[in-house]
Structure formats: C-alpha cells, structure tokens
Write a protein that binds this ligand. Structure first.
Ligand SMILES: *[C@@H]1O[C@H](CO)[C@@H](O)[C@H](O)[C@H]1NC(C)=O
Length: 462
C-alpha cells in the first residue's frame, strides 16, 4: 500500500522559513561583518590604526599583529566604541584634602609654567588659536567634566600616543574632580616648531615634550614617565628606585674615575657623532658606548639595564635629535652629571642650575672639555662628592611632582581659554579600559604598572 507521504508536501512550508531565517541571519552576519569592517577601517586609534605617520617627521608605516583583518576590525570597534561605555566611569568626586602640613611648595621648575603661557596672557586662547595650531598637531586632547576625549590626526612613532594618553588618564585618577576642562593641541614628535619670529604676532599654543628659546611650544612630561615599552624602560617610579638602588652599590669615590655615556648616536645628532671621538679613558677620561636597540631587544635588554650604568663618577648627557628622555635617568645615578650645552629643554630641566646640579660642558672642543672637568673632579674629590650629594637631593623628580606639574600647567592653561571646550564629533572618549584593550600584552603589563591612585594630599602650591 502506498501511503502518500505528506512530508514532501510539508517540507517546503517548513523548510522555507528555515532557509529564510538562516539566510537572514547569515546576511545579517555578513552585513554586520561588513559594517564592522567599514566602521573599523575609518576608526583612528591610539594604537595607530588608520593613521598616517606625522608628515613632518616620517617613520615607517605601522603593522599590526592580529591574525586577520576581521579580528582586527572587531578589536578596534570593541576597544574604541564599547569599552568606555561599559566601564561605567562615574564623574569622579573631588576628594577631601588631607592634613594641611602635607602641603608643599612646588619646586622651582614650576615657575616655567607662567613663562610658557605668557604669550597668551593678553590675547587669551581662542578657538582660532586652536584651529591654527591643529596644522602642527598629531592629536587633540580634551578633558570635559573629568572625561578624556582624543581626536587623533596622525600616528605617533612607537607607543608615544598610547603612553601619553595613559598619563592624562592617570592624572584624572590622581586628582579626581580637580582637573579642569581643556582643549589641547599636542604633537608627539621631537622638535619644537612654533617659531617665535614667524608666529610672533599670533603665537600658536602647541603642547609637546620639549621646547627651546626660539619657539613657543609648551613642554609637557613625555611618555617615558609611564614607560617605554619598545626599549624595556619601566615607569619612572620603578626605574628611579632601581637606579637609586643600583647606584648605591659603590660610593662615589669607589666608582670608575671617568665619564660615561651609552646611547644611540644614529639620531641625526651632530653632537653625539662628535662625542664618539672622545672614547678613550686614558686620553679623554671618557668611555662612550653605542647602544644598539635592535641587538638589545634580541638579547632581552640584559645589557641595557640603567641600574647597572651608575658605575662611573661622571655621567654625560648629550641631546639627541632634540631633548633626550635619558636626562632623568642620568641625574638619578649618584654620579656627577656632565651636561653638554643643552638647546632643548623638557619641563623639568629648566630648573637645573649649572655648577650646582650639574657641570656644564661646552660643545666646542668637546673631548678636551670633558677631560678638564674629569681631571678637576678627580683632583678635588671631596668638593665634587659634596656637589653630587647636593645635586641628587635637589634634582629628585618624583612621580608626585610630575602629576603636580601636569595639573598646574593644565589648570593655568585652562584659565586662558576664552570659550567653553566641547569634544568635536570626530573625537572619541579614551578611558583606562579602552587603552588596555588596544595594548598588546607587553604594553598592557607596562601600563598597569604605571597606574596612579588618588592622591592622599593636595598638589604642591605654585
Ligand atoms: C669605545 O672604546 C671601547 C674600548 O676600547 C670599545 O669597546 C667601544 O666599542 C668603543 N665605543 C665606540 C662607540 O666605538
């Protein structure tokens, strides 16, 4: 008997919705993929996605490690659009200020804040100032009611952007409710550019890591205070402790009686090229070593530990392409710092006093100049040792003071703004979670070590 099967008759009616919904789902997935990809390819991140290197200081275009384009796209969307939303960042409360006896006066180098901002004392800072400074900026940074917004224009070399923004976020953590609303144009490359002659009639406010006498650029603490992942430098508070500890292995008199420099001479610095010629401990009293970062990285940075580089009585500081982050490490060594005529100054080196905090070395006749200071120091060890003791005491730059400097500079700067800052539509919120999400495992470890907590006492007074 043939039982007519109903199945074939039924199958279309039940298969059809299935097929439809399956195709809708896969179409939706495809569409979502496409959308995510499209969205991601337009999103500029603080890890450098979809950004061209700064045209004024080109460097090789970045490559990313993610396995596929798809996983990269999902990561970008997740990190930049979703993490800060779900991070539930309540607007931080202003903390109650602790005992007044803890209030300290800021060190002398804070006086530069007023000098740096002097060009806008009368004109104040208008939106036109900001928009014109944009031509020289790699990113725009805004703080609005305790939240941070970033509009990246260009990629910054290595992890400068990520670690700089991390610094801003830690400042917000350290002084919750105390950081005013601001709108800052920031360039992350080395050389100051707002020439005083060219921009004399309309100075442009631009933050960067250093400045010099010929330019209006406003110096701000550089990324290395939170770490420099590529060269294995730890956050400043750790590195400082390590160097201090390492340098105490020998008393000053027990240290090698000549001057030491180790660094990278291949940074378009004529001064460093000149310095190479002084490498002769007998003839010039100096030992000059070449740092090869690529080799060091392969070797796990065993030979570049800064705490093992305090074995000489004298440590030389030589500028690189502009200022060098190495100054703070050199000054922490319990050696005598020999600073070769400095042109570029970061925020704190303006407070250093020659013959008190360091020995100035003229760049003319370099080797002979080094030799004469070394000879004098070795002939007058007690006087030199006294000087170095004073020096280390006076130049100690703690992370507390770094945050205080940032807070005071931003506060004074914000007083000059003649409009109420608001994030432009192209700016995205950046938060601790979004940066950690973008960071690779090594960077993340480094960032986490450089986390700040609310200050138990008020900032130093200007
Ligand atoms: C300096 O001299 C030392 C010892 O002679 C040598 O090992 C080192 O490579 C020299 N440094 C440079 C930069 O040539």
């Amino acid at each position: 008997m043939v039982v007519p099967s109903r199945t074939p008759a039924r199958s279309p009616s039940y298969l059809f919705p299935c097929v439809i919904s399956l195709s809708v789902i896969s179409l939706a997935a495809l569409f979502l993929d496409y959308k995510v990809d499209d969205f991601a390819s337009k999103t500029k991140t603080l890890a450098g996605h979809n950004l061209e290197p700064t045209p004024w200081h080109p460097f090789p275009q970045r490559t990313f490690k993610e396995e596929s384009r798809r996983s990269q796209a999902y990561k970008i969307v997740q990190c930049t659009y979703l993490t800060c939303l779900s991070a539930m960042n309540p607007i931080p409360e202003r903390r109650r200020v602790a005992s007044p006896q803890k209030v300290q006066t800021c060190p002398d180098f804070f006086k530069s804040i007023h000098k740096d901002l002097e060009p806008w004392a009368k004109s104040r800072i208008t939106m036109r100032h900001i928009m014109e400074a944009k031509r020289f900026a790699a990113l725009r940074i805004l703080i609005i009611r305790g939240k941070l917004y970033v509009d990246p224009y260009y990629d910054c070399v290595q992890t400068r952007a990520m670690f700089t923004i991390w610094g801003f976020l830690q400042l917000l953590r350290r002084y919750p409710g105390m950081v005013p609303d601001v709108d800052i144009m920031f360039d992350c490359m080395d050389k100051p550019v707002i020439d005083k002659k060219e921009h004399g009639s309309f100075p442009l406010p631009l933050f960067r890591y250093c400045t010099n006498d010929a330019n209006f650029d406003i110096p701000f603490p550089d990324w290395s205070f939170w770490g420099w992942s590529e060269v294995n430098l730890q956050p400043w508070n750790e590195e400082f402790k390590d160097i201090k500890h390492g340098s105490q292995a020998k008393s000053w008199k027990e240290k090698l009686p000549f001057a030491y420099w180790k660094g990278n001479p291949d940074v378009l610095s004529p001064l460093r090229v000149e310095l190479m010629k002084c490498n002769d401990s007998k003839l010039w009293g100096a030992e000059i070593l070449r740092q090869n970062w690529a080799e060091e990285a392969k070797d796990g940075f065993k030979k570049s530990k800064l705490s093992n580089q305090c074995n000489h009585r004298y440590k030389i500081y030589a500028e690189g392409y502009a200022w060098s982050v190495s100054l703070k490490y050199i000054l922490s060594c319990n050696s005598v710092a020999l600073i070769i005529s400095q042109q570029y100054k970061d925020f704190f080196s303006r407070g250093l006093i020659p013959k008190k905090n360091y020995f100035p070395i003229p760049s003319a006749d370099l080797c002979r100049s080094i030799k004469s200071v070394v000879d004098w120091g070795n002939a007058n060890p007690s006087e030199t040792e006294n000087k170095y003791h004073k020096q280390t005491k006076q130049t100690s730059l703690t992370m507390d003071r770094v945050y205080d400097y940032m807070l005071h500079l931003i506060t004074e700067y914000s007083k000059l703004l003649d409009y109420k800052p608001a994030p432009p539509s192209s700016a995205l919120e950046a938060c601790v979670e979004s940066l950690l999400c973008l960071a690779d495992p090594k960077q993340r470890q480094n960032l986490e070590k450089a986390a700040a907590s609310p200050s138990p006492y008020p900032p130093c007074t200007l």
